[in-house]
Design a protein around this ligand. Structure first.
Ligand code: 13P
Ligand code: SF4
Length: 369
């Protein structure tokens, strides 16, 4: 979603004033009441980065892979009120039968990384890549991308990946073609490729704004083309944070999400998806100390849920993901009250011509993970 679209949406869907006058208890009671009333007809998936005030009402909590999988098997629900960001709601729409309605409580809940690859840029970049490398490239896209990009990838024989199956999906992709185009997160692409033994000088970055390639090596030897996109939340962690922390207290283990930069991932002790982060901390012994490099809502929740362990954010001045935070109790209640009145607000629908190909890309991933 472009910034202008967001501004337009902002003016269109401002919440009725009465929601700011309700107490938290009143709102929570109403959400519970509506959930009970709808029963199995309503399903609320929630991503780990959602606020506590929202995640407490989720019927399933998970990382992107788990949520995609759950939506693909959802049989009873008529309404899926997605507590996450726009690309997740699009995925839910594409993986469910046509009669199910997916709702995003606040349309401003986009993802800045997903916005870094639009379909026109991708088509233009792909044409350039074909000129240089010919028909030797398979495209992979992180699920943090628009439905149109997933459709592009599906059409060209590729697949989606999440942070929990990226390695497996890159291995598969190399059985299909000689080279990979990885969209839109250069960091997940670089970190995973390096893990698979591909040296940095066999990777190139494609900048969609200048339409140019940047590589430490020669283009002929490139195995992975990384789209120049990133997550503005995870780029806020740097190696200095790790060095300072280790100087202050060497007992801390550093655990980061692979959307962090290459240097940060290399300097950390462990890296993995949000589920990996949660499970690692769950299994850790009491008294262990963890500096976590991911979104703040999740870090704060981990600290609350594990009072026997010391859990801090790797960056002490970290902010939460602003777009994930757009989904708050007020918007959740508003979308549910509208449903109760028989009105579906913020209905997320992906056109059939995109869904047809995007589902190919999603299923290639789901079959292999
Ligand atoms: P996970 O797939 O690890 O849940 O990550 C999703 C995401 O948006 C991370 O920024
Ligand atoms: Fe997008 Fe980053 Fe927020 Fe994840 S944390 S939703 S990648 S902006």
């Amino acid at each position: 979603m472009e910034i202008l679209d967001l501004l337009e949406i902002e003016s269109e869907v401002s919440l009725p004033r009465r929601y700011s006058e309700l107490s938290v208890a009143e709102m929570e009671n109403r959400v519970k009441e509506i959930k009970t009333k709808f029963g199995d007809r309503l399903f609320i998936p929630g991503h780990h980065y959602q606020k506590d005030e929202v995640i407490q009402f989720s019927d399933a909590r998970g990382d992107s892979l788990k949520l995609a999988r759950i939506c693909s098997t959802m049989a009873d629900a008529e309404y899926i009120v997605f507590c996450g960001v726009h690309f997740m709601a699009e995925t839910a729409d594409m993986l469910t039968q046509a009669d199910k309605k997916v709702i995003l409580p606040d349309l401003r809940a986009g993802c800045s990384m997903a916005d870094m690859a639009d379909i026109d840029q991708t088509e233009a970049g792909w044409a350039k890549m074909q000129d240089i490398w010919g028909d030797t490239i398979i495209p992979l896209t992180y699920v943090n991308s628009t439905a149109a990009i997933k459709g592009f990838v599906g059409k060209h024989g590729g697949a989606t990946v999440t942070s929990s199956n990226a390695k497996k999906m890159l291995e598969w992709a190399f059985t299909q073609k000689e080279r990979i185009l990885f969209l839109p997160d250069q960091h997940l692409g670089r970190n995973t490729s390096y893990d698979l033994g591909i040296p940095l000088d066999q990777m190139a970055i494609y900048d969609p704004l200048t339409k140019s390639f940047d590589s430490e090596g020669i283009l002929e030897h490139v195995k992975v083309i990384l789209w120049k996109g990133h997550c503005s939340v995870h780029e806020k962690f740097n190696v200095k944070h790790i060095d300072n922390l280790r100087k202050q207290d060497p007992d801390f283990k550093v655990l980061v999400h692979p959307e962090c930069t290459f240097d940060v991932v290399q300097a950390s002790d462990l890296n993995g998806s949000t589920s990996f982060i949660i499970n690692t901390i769950k299994k850790a012994p009491a008294g262990s100390k963890w500096a976590v490099g991911t979104e703040m809502n999740l870090v704060n929740r981990l600290a609350q849920e594990h009072p026997d362990k010391k859990i801090i954010s790797l960056n002490p001045f970290m902010c939460p993901c602003l777009t994930m935070n757009r989904i708050d109790l007020q918007h959740l209640l508003w979308s549910l009250e509208k449903l109760e009145e028989g009105e579906v607000v913020n209905h997320i629908t992906v056109p059939n011509e995109i869904t047809e190909y995007a589902v190919l890309a999603l299923n290639r991933m789901l079959e292999r993970s």
